[in-house]
Design a protein around this ligand. Structure first.
Ligand code: BDP
Length: 686
């Protein structure tokens, strides 16, 4: 009742009268294999069915008497489950992935069979079937096969060992307290279920900013505890990774350098790798933030990021480990008076010259936009610009700049826009998703990573509806072709039960929410009008005269960052062909990114026909009305869902509507003062 079960509660339809009620006749499970992950798959089926049926299903190793049909049979091809073999016949579907699965129903055998090449596929197949049951989908004539589009489907925890979470908006860490890994890891196990249920297969368990204590996670002192965490994730077919501190050889190794070309440093990392793999044989590898925001890195020694990552890759390679190296590298001591230095350029400028130099087990992780997870940014031009390098795209599920899980902001539509973007890097059809999944350039590794939005709040995400972002991220990482609408609907059905009008209302609210948040915050792609450091709430000049490279350049004449080649920073030229032209030229630049690329007078007319200044006023007034509308829509549902869930969300929506007013008034008044141009409708308070 408090949201803890998230989308895995499979609520037994209260009103059997509901036309969609998922009444399942499947009350037994046949599973012949004994391995750990298959065991998890069976246990999940048992849990899900128990709650849907109201009583535990029977589990048996071989075909049961006819009286126990209909049943669910689950097993790998050739794994000895007679029913799986009968249902799929001698020629099972070719899944072309150890994580793929097939589900087929057979009336003749009175059975639904889940088959796969390997146990991980069975786990994903089991969750798929539960999703069908939980959403009340028809079960006759099922013939499904599915495999993940992306090989790496990763979650990044930004948890610190003192129990805090960098950019965490839902309580404290579920992994750590008082500089130790917790003794009780029940919540970690429940989290592993959530991640596996949406198909995620990798996790880094500590913040990318690795400080003193976390540096020691790779030492004998802490590895037994890390192994306990990895043991849990392994059951759910999830590989564990650690973020490392590039200066670890000095900070904990007693060396006087961390130079990646120094033989003693290389040897030190090899020894660490040996030690880690002795404790965790299937350890995933390292996630690295280097030379970024005061973190150490190879630049200190005059080396580049290929030298740095290759050194770690060499240490991990005997064990099949990966180095996931972040491209969030920029100078955070920029001077705002220098209009030619542009933080947006940095990732591309640093990494394109290195293409082709990375070892096979190095993957570059690229933030979706060139700046930093703003509500609106163009797609990072680095994606597609390093064809000879493995790359994964990084999203932020945690709503750092999108309302911090106090405001509703369903991010799946934003992520879809990124994944569908055509980079034109190899002509038309060079979409981000085809680059991320490795197919466009024939890369062996690729995928998607995202910063988690969970903490130890009872409902995991603070705002209950923010669970939809975690759910949607996983579903999209598995299959980027799913629509934002379908994902929203699935999530709402699984969370609240497949009943109207709850599902319809929740979906509408989710789908409208990104645009609502955008409309009352920083306008037209300019970003950054937030309070420094914690990043919540409006602050018009908070970052304007600081060193972080995050400016809007508003003055009495106009606003926006000139990133054109002719008169600006030249960032727009990092795009290919017609993308570059579209952004360079004022007339063709899309309204929503106008101020990201151009500095324009307030009177500049948008494609919509409205002037920039009037658009700012209008959008902020409309945004507030729409935020109030979210609350009103939710209030319509009072009495139709669990009281605790209802009031959790109502509380957040009320706060959102109030804070939206603060955004509106501060932003609008600021621009009136800057521009001296009043609101045509006379609404703005001076
Ligand atoms: C920014 C966050 C900062 C992170 C950094 C990163 O404000 O806390 O450490 O990104 O991604 O969004 O490394």
């Amino acid at each position: 009742g408090n949201g803890y079960e998230a989308w895995l509660g499979y609520p037994r339809p209260a009103s059997a009268s509901s036309e969609h009620s998922p009444v399942t006749p499947y009350h037994s499970i046949i599973a012949a294999e004994q391995d750990e992950v298959t065991g998890t798959a069976v246990a999940e089926l048992v849990r899900g069915l128990s709650s849907l049926l109201g009583s535990a299903p029977l589990v048996a190793a071989d075909a049961l008497s006819a009286a126990n049909r209909p049943c669910i049979a689950i097993g790998t091809w050739g794994g000895g489950n007679p029913l799986v073999e009968q249902v799929f016949g001698g020629d099972p579907p070719r899944l072309a992935s150890p994580e793929g699965y097939a589900i087929r129903s057979s009336e003749a055998h009175s059975c639904i069979a889940i088959g796969a090449d390997a146990p991980a596929g069975l786990l994903y197949g089991a969750f798929h079937l539960l999703r069908l049951l939980g959403t009340g989908a028809p079960l006759e004539a099922l013939d499904i096969s599915s495999k993940p589009a992306n090989r790496l489907r990763m979650i990044n925890q930004w948890d610190n060992m003192d129990g805090t979470i960098e950019r965490g908006y839902a309580g404290a860490s579920i992994f750590y307290e008082q500089n130790r890994i917790k003794d009780d890891l029940q919540r970690v196990e429940d989290y592993a279920r959530m991640l596996a249920s949406v198909g995620l297969n990798a996790i880094s368990i500590n913040n990318v900013n690795v400080f003193a204590v976390e540096t020691r996670l790779i030492t004998a002192e802490m590895l037994p505890d890390v192994a306990r965490v990895a043991d849990i994730f392994r059951k759910y077919a999830i590989r564990s990774f650690l973020s490392i501190n590039f200066a670890a050889p000095m900070e904990i190794g007693g060396l006087d350098t961390a130079d990646p070309l120094d033989p003693a440093v290389r040897e030190w990392w090899r020894e660490r790798a040996a030690e880690i793999y002795a404790a965790i044989p299937d350890f995933g590898g390292f996630l690295v933030k280097a030379d970024s925001e005061h973190r150490p890195g190879p630049f200190t020694y005059g080396r580049d990021h290929a030298d740095g990552s290759n050194m770690l890759a060499e240490a991990l390679s005997p064990y099949g480990g990966l180095v996931i190296w972040r491209c969030f590298v920029y100078n955070c001591k920029q001077d705002w008076r220098d209009r030619k230095t542009d933080r947006a350029r940095a990732a591309y400028d640093h990494f394109t010259p290195l293409d082709g130099r990375f070892h096979d087990n190095v993957i570059l992780q690229i933030k979706n936009g060139p700046m930093d997870f703003q509500v609106r940014e163009p797609v990072s031009p680095l994606i597609g610009a390093i064809p000879a390098t493995h790359q994964v795209v990084e999203f932020q599920i945690a709503q750092e700049y999108t309302g911090q899980q106090r405001h509703l902001c369903y991010l799946v539509p934003q992520w879809k826009q990124v994944l569908d973007f055509d980079t034109l890097s190899r002509g038309e059809g060079s979409t981000v998703k085809a680059i991320a999944d490795g197919s466009l350039y024939g890369r062996a590794w690729g995928g998607i990573a995202a910063v988690s939005n969970i903490g130890d709040d009872p409902n995991w995400t603070g705002h209950l509806l923010a669970q939809a972002n975690l759910y949607g991220y996983g579903r999209l990482a598995w299959n980027p072709e799913l629509s934002a609408e379908d994902i929203a609907q699935e999530w709402a059905q699984l969370t609240f039960g497949p009943m109207e009008p709850v599902v319809e209302t929740v979906c509408r609210m989710l789908l409208d929410s990104w645009s609502i948040y955008e409309s009352y915050t920083a306008p037209l792609g300019v970003g950054w009008m937030v309070n420094p450091s914690h990043h919540y709430g409006p602050n018009v000049d908070g970052y304007e005269y600081s060193m972080w490279g995050t400016y809007h350049f508003a003055d009495c004449g106009g606003i926006g960052v000139d990133r054109t080649t002719a008169t600006g920073t030249g960032y727009a030229a990092q795009y290919n062909g017609s993308n570059a032209e579209r952004y360079e030229v004022l007339e063709s630049c899309p309204d929503e990114l106008l101020l990201f690329f151009h500095h324009v007078p307030y009177t500049h007319k948008l494609h919509s026909g409205t002037s920039v200044i009037q658009h700012i006023y209008n959008a902020h007034f409309e945004g507030v009305e729409q935020a109030r509308g979210l609350l009103a829509q939710w209030q319509e549902l009072e009495g139709r869902l669990n009281e605790q869930l209802y009031s959790q969300v109502a509380g957040r929506l009320k706060e959102q509507a109030e804070h939206a007013c603060e955004w509106r008034d501060i932003i609008n008044t600021y621009f009136w003062r800057k521009s001296g141009i009043p609101d045509e409708l006379g609404r703005v308070i001076y």
